[in-house]
Design a protein around this ligand. Structure first.
Ligand code: SAH
Length: 222
């Protein structure tokens, strides 16, 4: 058995429940999301030196100038994903910006399969390791530029970007299933907001949600 899982994992169960209570006070209402966030061992997705802060309501550095999103941001995005109009629940989800793999692990608990694309090769490898430690078996990671999406696996019930875009990539729009939903941080001037795009039988509808702060969606790979 993995020692990091049995060690801090045991003691952090209480800390994780406190995080869930805080999320409830911050108006996260979806009980499934709250329960899943109470299960996923967030401390396994950050460096050991930062593990004690893993359940605080903050984003933390994960190396290479990137960050793990705060618990509240992950909860909100997962709530929005679950509220999509996809028939019969979430079968296939695409995440752009795997980072350390935490959002991917949370999504994997509410979807049949999650595909996740990361542009940095080192983070792809790290996320693979983290997801294995957390015993997530229904996530498929790929190193690449998320602007292209994953045409071979399309269509997706949900496409979720965890890096801020200045425009909606056309390829991603096309890879949405009918009834599907895209959730992305959109940059306008100095501010970012979550944008929710629903694909209906007649086209696309857009809704602007909470203010957020994400690292930028960058072109190419590294
Ligand atoms: N989902 C992560 C957050 C990762 S931060 C979490 O659970 O906390 C955003 C990530 O998006 C970074 O790792 C960054 O390298 C990646 N990224 C930025 N532009 C990208 C692109 N075009 N394609 C794929 N990944 C990208």
């Amino acid at each position: 058995m993995n020692t990091s899982y049995t060690g801090i994992g045991m003691t952090s169960q209480r800390t994780r429940m406190r995080m869930v209570e805080r999320l409830r006070q911050q108006c996260v209402k979806d009980e499934i999301v709250l329960s899943v966030m109470g299960e996923v061992p967030r401390h396994l997705f950050v460096e050991e030196a930062l593990a004690a802060r893993a359940y605080d309501d903050v984003s933390l550095p994960i190396g290479f100038g990137q960050t793990i999103s705060s618990p509240l941001t992950v909860a909100r995005m997962t709530e929005l994903a679950r509220a999509s109009a996809a028939q019969g629940g979430l079968n296939k989800v695409l995440e752009i910006g795997t980072g350390c793999g935490y959002q991917c692990a949370v999504l994997a608990k509410v979807a049949k399969v999650v595909h996740s694309v990361e542009r940095l090769v080192q983070l792809t490898a790290q996320a693979r390791k983290n997801l294995r430690n957390a015993r997530v078996t229904n996530a498929r990671l790929r190193h690449g530029d998320g602007h292209a999406g994953m045409p071979t696996e399309a269509p997706f019930d949900v496409i979720l970007l965890t890096a801020a875009a200045t425009h909606v990539p056309d390829a991603l729009r096309e890879q949405l299933a009918a009834g599907g939903r895209m959730i992305l941080p959109m940059v306008k001037g100095d501010v970012q907001h979550l944008l929710v795009i629903d694909r209906t039988a007649r086209g696309f509808t857009e809704k602007r949600m909470d203010a957020v702060k994400f690292v930028p969606l960058l072109p190419g790979t590294g």
